[in-house]
Structure formats: C-alpha cells, structure tokens
Design a protein around this ligand. Structure first.
Ligand SMILES: *[C@@H]1O[C@H](CO)[C@@H](O)[C@H](O)[C@H]1NC(C)=O
Ligand SMILES: *[C@@H]1O[C@H](CO)[C@@H](O)[C@H](O)[C@H]1NC(C)=O
Ligand SMILES: *[C@@H]1O[C@H](CO)[C@@H](O)[C@H](O)[C@H]1NC(C)=O
Length: 503
C-alpha cells in the first residue's frame, strides 16, 4: 500500500507513519505520574485478539465516528452536568498511566475504599462528576457487545469499605448535582432517607448513569517510576447503580468545576500524553497522566511548549462552564486560511472551540466543517478519487481511495490550528487522516483514507447544531501530543512528542 504523507513532510513510508513508534525517556519525580491506557487496565477488559480487531476495523471506525457524533450532541446539548461548590482537600501531585480503549476513551487506574478496591476510570475533560460502577446489583444496559468484558468489569463494593459514606443532603457536595438544596432534606417521607443526598442522573449523548453520591478514600495508582501518593480522603464520587450505554468502567471528571478530580485534589495543573490509536486495547503500552507539574527530565533537551489562553466561559451555565474553551483564531488547510464564521471562535452557548479527551474524532459544526472539508478537497486537487462507499460506511468524509499499484506516495494538505498569542498546532497527517480497511472481510490493508473529523448533516442537525461548541477538538487529533491544562494560569500548553514509553 502506498505511503501517506503530508505535502510538507518528508515522504515517509506508510509503515513508519501509521505505525510510528518513538522512544521516550522516563520523566523525573515530583509530580505523580499515572499510566494512561486506551484499554481498561487490570482485570477489567477481555482483550479481543489481534485478528478479531483487524476484521472489525471497518465497523470499529464507523462506531468511533458515531460515538464522536453522539458525544458532540451531548456536549452541545448539555444535559446532566452538575453545579460546583468548593470542597476541602490537601494539595498534591500525581502521575498515572493512561490506557487507550478501542471504543475511543483513555483510562487510568485508581482505587477506592479501605481496604483499596482497584478500578479503571476513563479520563474525561468534558465533564466533572466522577462515578464508578457500584454494588453487586449494578446494571449496565446496552453497555457492551462482549459479555466477557461485562462480567470482568470491576465494580466498587461500598459495603466492603470501612471509609465509605453516603453524602448527606446538606453536604455542599450534594449541591454539585442538585443546584438547589433539595427541599426534601430532613424529611422522613421517602423511605426515611431524607438526610441522604438524592440520587443523581447524568445523561451522556446516547447513554446515562445514575446512583448515589458517596465519599471515600481515593488512591491513584502511579507509574512505577514515582512513589505512591498519599490517599485522598472524603473524595466525593458517584456510586452508579444503573447505567445505559456506557463503557464497562467508571469515569473520572476532569472538566472545570468543584466536583472534578483536579479541583477536589487541589491540583493547579494536570497534563496527559495520549498514546497513538494503533495501541488500542494493548495493555502493555500506556501513555501518561500527570497530576501536578510535569518536569522535563534532567539531561533531556527542553522542547518548547506552546501555550494557548483558556477562555473561561464562566458567564454561561453548566455544562458550558465545565468545558475548556481555547482561544482559537483560525484554521488553515494546505497553508491557506479557511474562511470561517465568527462563531467558530467565540465561546458562548452557540459557539467556540473546546478541547475534550472524551471525544475521539474532532467535531466541527456544519458551518465550520463545510469550508474545511471543501478546502481539503480543493487542496487535494483531484489527485485522488473520492471513495463514496467508504464515506457512506464510516460516516467520515472526505475519503480518498488509495491510488492503485504499489509505491506511490499520497500527498495530503497540511492542517493547522492557530491560536491567540501565536501558538500554531500543525497536526501530523496521521492525526487527521485515518486509514480505512475494506468493509466486512478481513483486512488486506487499507483501501482509503478519511478525514478523521465528524459533523452533523445540516438537515439532521437542524437547530441543534446552533447550540454548544462549534468545534470539539478530540483525542484522535491529540495523539502523541503532551497536553497541559495549566488551571492556575488559565492556559493550555501543547508540544508534539511520542507518548509510548520506552520499551
Ligand atoms: C438497547 O438496545 C436495543 C437495540 O438497539 C434497544 O431496542 C433498546 O431500547 C436499548 N435499551 C436501552 C435500555 O437503551
Ligand atoms: C465484599 O464482601 C463480600 C462479603 O461481604 C464478599 O463476598 C465479596 O467477595 C467482597 N467483594 C470484594 C470485591 O472484596
Ligand atoms: C481513479 O479512478 C479511475 C477510474 O476508476 C482509475 O482509473 C484511476 O486510476 C483512479 N485514480 C486514482 C489516483 O486512484
């Protein structure tokens, strides 16, 4: 199959570009580093065989595209987010591994309770309430096609934890999920449970989760290179009893607001490095999540971090106040600025650009997607044929058929995001084009490449497209970037670097 390369980049062989693997030196101490996986660490996941993964590649991409769109609908529609109230905890810095998931998320390990019960959780910068599958009666409806993954799912048992408490109705944490102090507080009418914070219901895109807010001791499971951090006591987290259409794990909310992990742990800064998607569900490889300051290892050349101001959308209500809005000023394709409507740049309930670890493919609302896709097509300039069957099957477009015959390189236009202050994110081509295998049958290699960006059709989007962020920068576009959320300085730093650890 022909190599894929950006016009400006050297003509790298496909094997290098698609399956790039660079070495990364291990980082210094100070902060707590946690391995970050794209699969569920520990016993939680029944890994599909490589062959099975390969044959479902096509289906897999369309599922990721559909999931990205559902996620966009959720972030834009803004259901189920909680209000914020302060809480008290000691400051700390933590580093953990982030693992990739075949369904699009990145996960790391925590443990909850006394004695500690290990649990994988998904890193989510687009929401702020954390929750875990909880109690032996936990029900997850339409959660996974694989019964083995579901039966292997790690569930938290509060009864086995001596430090587990139900959050009270008058606890400030209860107001995170019930913006007004529930009028039922203290009433003994409802099963005599008037002193317990009423159940939460969080709605995500096509799914939801509900349960009771508890507090318990949270421990992060650091990378072997850093020492075990002190446990965080009285961490408020959802004990979910019923979920619909959720991954077989819990979720760690890293968005803005009091319930979020960085806020409860009083961490002024966190960062992550998202492993290339080629490592889907490979538990042997992880990226990294760092709570605290990620120090550049001694002796390692300092690569410059570029910074973008974060725009606080505090004027708006949750969920928009939970998101990290970026001061985007432009997008260019093939070196030419794309003419975009102002709503692409202005954070409001109907626009702006956010960065989200929980969205796989970047979402562009139709008013932004159309000119970007048109610019991409015009820059390709008819050199490659559009592949409509692949577009229809995947829900991604434009897709270009790989040219016939071996050897030839594909020249693809550059894609750059420009930010206030001069930072430019020039994405490597493997961060915005995805190789698609043939529909159905086992892969004989990719047949087309597709722009890894989703949008809703104006027809189906209707007025809904006018609400929420106009741009959601997803994790596919963040692969092999070190991304730093500097909450103290209200800025987002990024730097291109390989995220797979030295092996
Ligand atoms: C589960 O999926 C089936 C088929 O897609 C659907 O009919 C059903 O309503 C779903 N159940 C829930 C609880 O969402
Ligand atoms: C929790 O405790 C029960 C007994 O009360 C025991 O059967 C169960 O295995 C324990 N679960 C875990 C996860 O430790
Ligand atoms: C485009 O399609 C035509 C007709 O099927 C074919 O002859 C040609 O080789 C294709 N070009 C490329 C670059 O794939």
């Amino acid at each position: 199959m022909p190599p894929i390369t950006s016009k400006a980049a050297a003509m790298l062989p496909c094997s290098l570009l698609l399956f790039f693997f660079l070495l990364l030196s291990s980082a210094a101490a100070a902060a707590i580093k946690l391995p970050l996986y794209r699969h569920l660490p520990a016993a939680a996941a029944a890994s599909p065989s490589a062959a099975a993964a390969e044959s479902t590649h096509h289906h897999h991409l369309s599922r990721l595209a559909a999931a990205s769109l559902a996620r966009a609908a959720h972030l834009k529609g803004g259901h189920g987010h909680a209000h914020a109230e302060p809480s008290s905890q000691a400051p700390a810095a933590v580093r953990t591994a982030l693992y990739p998931h075949s369904y699009g998320g990145y996960a790391f390990s925590v443990s909850l309770g006394t004695p500690p019960q290990p649990l994988p959780v998904l890193l989510d910068t687009g929401s702020h309430l954390s929750w875990v599958p909880c109690t032996s009666s936990y029900q997850c409806r339409n959660c996974s096609s694989s019964p083995s993954a579901m039966s292997a799912m790690a569930v938290f048992h509060p009864k086995n934890s001596s430090s587990s408490r139900l959050v009270g109705c008058r606890n400030p944490a209860c107001r995170w999920i019930h913006s007004k102090s529930p009028s039922t507080c203290g009433s003994t009418g409802n099963n005599g449970n008037g002193d317990v914070c009423p159940p939460y219901l969080v709605v995500y895109g096509s799914g939801s989760t509900s349960g009771l807010l508890i507090s318990d001791t949270l421990r992060l499971s650091p990378s072997s290179s850093s020492s075990a951090p002190a446990p965080f006591r009285n961490f408020a987290i959802g004990c979910s009893i019923v979920s619909v259409h959720q991954p077989p794990s819990g979720l760690a909310g890293f968005g803005r607001g009091a319930p979020s992990v960085p806020s409860q742990l009083k961490v002024p800064k966190f960062s992550y490095c998202l492993l290339s998607r080629r490592f889907d569900d490979n538990s042997a490889v992880s990226g990294e999540l760092v709570l605290g300051d990620a120090m550049v290892p001694a002796g390692k050349k300092k690569t410059t971090m570029q910074y973008v101001p974060l725009l606080n959308n505090a004027a708006s209500k949750p969920p928009y106040s939970v998101y990290y809005y970026l001061a985007l000023t432009g997008i260019s394709v093939g070196g030419k600025p794309v003419n975009l409507p102002s709503r692409a740049f202005v954070p409001s309930s109907g626009g702006g650009a956010i960065i989200d670890s929980g969205t796989t493919f970047t979402y562009l609302d139709p008013t932004v997607f159309k000119p970007v896709a048109a610019a991409m097509e015009s820059a390709v300039g008819g050199r490659y044929n559009r592949s409509r069957p692949v577009e229809d099957a995947l829900g991604l477009r434009p897709c270009f058929a790989l040219p016939p015959g071996p050897g030839g390189a594909m020249e693809l236009p550059d894609l750059e995001l420009k930010f206030k202050g001069g930072a430019v994110m020039r994405l490597p081509v493997e961060n915005y084009f995805v190789a698609a295998g043939p529909a159905g049958g086992p892969a004989a290699g990719p047949v087309a490449i597709c722009l890894a960006v989703v949008s809703d059709l104006p027809a189906s989007g209707g007025d809904g497209a006018a609400a929420g962020p106009a741009i959601i920068l997803g994790s596919f576009q963040q692969q092999n970037y070190h991304i730093e959320y500097d909450l103290g300085k209200e800025r987002l730093g990024f730097r291109q670097q390989p995220c797979a650890p030295k092996s």
